[in-house]
Design a protein around this ligand. Structure first.
Ligand code: CP
Ligand code: NVA
Length: 327
């Protein structure tokens, strides 16, 4: 019987496949309750602190709506707080532990969220670091389960910068859940060797394969899911865009790539995505570097094979499940 009460949620490496499955089932149950209008105020009267050192739409809204649905209050802490400026992570952890029941943290290095958890006496949830984005993977896997009915044996292909938070976390999650994972990128963008070694062992235990392929057409053959992320992540300087565009344009998810995959292939993206030039930053990058689309074309993003908005909604149901299970 899985019991996650009191646990932190810092990275998927800390959880067994059974525990991840439990969170996915709980999220599906909470989603069904929400859709049916059945109240689930399981943590009435509790409060959570939400620390964001980087910007967010989905993660912040998911924690706030999830907390509210569970009967809890929440405090959003961004600019204007003392964290990391006048007050250390360790002191912040102990202060917030006296007032709240759980803490979400989005920031830079993974070691910061680990430090927060070390000093906090209440559960700490990772809302994204440079290295990992574990709550996103729960939403991705819930969406894949809804789409295909199962996870084990799915052929999952990640295109683009596979050495950052999304590539790392998806590789770990797939290896834990028996999903065949392919990272498709130039060699320099493959995940860190130590993490790959750890994941290869997990994959072997769980009966799935990990592949690292440079040729996009070869990688997507038989793919059920093609996934990508932005080529330049939050906190990285604008100057790296030119190099990323040069290196990663052959890995753009476009219709030709989708056509080369399995008939039932779906497109996924953690969002936000640069699929057109309708946003301020997207327009600026498009004009400055003279390109029509970046990691995904508008044609694929807007197609019926794209399940990105269900994936985004599932952020809320899965984050709610993490809070419900660990508090
Ligand atoms: N996918 C994701 O984490 O989105 P936000 O940056 O909007 O939270
Ligand atoms: N790799 C992206 C993920 C956003 C959800 C970033 O860190 O900006």
């Amino acid at each position: 019987m899985v019991n996650l009460k009191g646990r932190d949620f810092l990275k998927l490496l800390d959880f067994t496949g059974e525990e991840i499955e439990y969170l996915l089932d709980l999220a599906a149950d909470l989603k069904a309750k929400k859709k049916a209008g059945i109240p689930h105020r399981m943590h009435e009267g509790k409060n959570v602190a939400l620390i964001f050192e980087k910007t967010s739409t989905r993660t912040r809204c998911s924690f706030e709506v999830g907390a509210n649905d569970l009967g809890m209050g929440s405090t959003y802490l961004a600019e204007g707080s003392q964290i990391g400026k006048k007050e250390s992570i360790a002191d912040t952890a102990r202060v917030l532990s006296g007032m709240y029941d759980g803490i979400e943290y989005r920031g830079y290095e993974q070691e910061l969220v680990e430090e927060l958890a070390k000093y906090a006496s209440i559960p700490v949830w990772n809302g994204l670091t440079n290295e990992f984005h574990p709550t996103q993977i729960l939403a991705d896997f819930l969406t894949i389960k809804e789409q295909f009915g199962y996870l084990r044996g799915i052929n999952f292909v990640y295109m683009g910068d596979a050495r950052y938070n999304m590539g790392n976390s998806l590789m770990v999650g797939c290896a834990k859940m028996g999903i065949n994972f392919t990272a498709c990128a130039p060699k320099a963008y493959f995940p860190d060797c130590d993490l790959v070694d750890t994941c290869k062992k997990l994959a072997e235990e769980n009966g799935c394969e990990l592949k690292f392929i440079e040729d996009p057409m070869e990688a997507v053959k038989d793919a059920n899911v093609i996934y990508t992320d932005v080529w330049v992540s939050m906190g990285e300087p604008m100057e790296v865009w030119q190099e990323r565009i040069n290196d990663l344009m052959p890995y753009q998810v476009n219709q030709k790539l989708m056509d080369a995959a399995a008939d039932n292939v779906v497109f996924m993206h953690c969002l936000p995505a640069y699929h057109d030039h309708k946003t301020k930053v997207g327009k600026e990058i498009g004009e400055r570097f003279n390109c029509d689309a970046l990691e995904v074309t508008d044609e694929v993003f807007e197609s019926e094979r794209s399940i990105v908005f269900r994936e985004a909604e599932n952020r809320m149901h899965t984050i709610k499940a993490v809070m419900a299970a660990t508090l």
